[in-house]
Design a protein around this ligand. Structure first.
Ligand SMILES: [Zn+2]
Length: 140
């Protein structure tokens, strides 16, 4: 089994799925394959593949169906939970992460979501920071 790392793409990266030019939200880092018994020259495989919000779940699914694990290299979910005790943090079956928070006594909780722990951490940090002045936080 190969482990693919999921990380944040650089600013301005776009989805590499054919026909899609949306802003990329996840970069998949494909490990160099040492296995060559399939007769395919993997040396020219692109080492990374950027996908948008729409195509990432498809890509993640395809990796898993092919027996590859997808690891989030942007952070540890348990550490995030520990850092934001005021939030309820959970992951969907599709691999999307959600955090819902009640900040500064607001009546309505705000939910932010992301595909990567690092992205969720950024959104939560912004949320807890902007909540002081305005209640409209959680922009995507
Ligand atoms: Zn796309």
């Amino acid at each position: 089994m190969t482990i693919y790392q999921a990380t944040m793409p650089p600013d301005g990266a776009t989805c590499e799925t054919r026909g899609c030019c949306s802003v990329a939200s996840v970069r998949l880092i494909v490990p160099a394959l040492r296995f060559d018994a399939d007769g395919v020259d993997h040396s020219k495989d692109p080492p990374t593949f950027d996908t948008c919000e729409l195509h990432w779940p498809v890509m993640r699914d395809a990796c898993r169906r092919n027996g590859h694990a997808v690891a989030d290299s942007t952070g540890d979910l348990r550490a995030l939970v520990a850092d934001f005790p005021q939030c309820t943090i959970f992951a969907s079956d599709g691999g999307r992460l959600y955090a819902s928070a009640r900040v500064n006594g607001s009546v309505q909780g705000t939910t932010v979501d992301a595909f990567l722990v690092g992205q969720l951490r950024i959104r939560l940090t912004q949320l807890t920071r902007t909540a002081v002045g305005s209640a409209s936080g959680a922009r995507r």
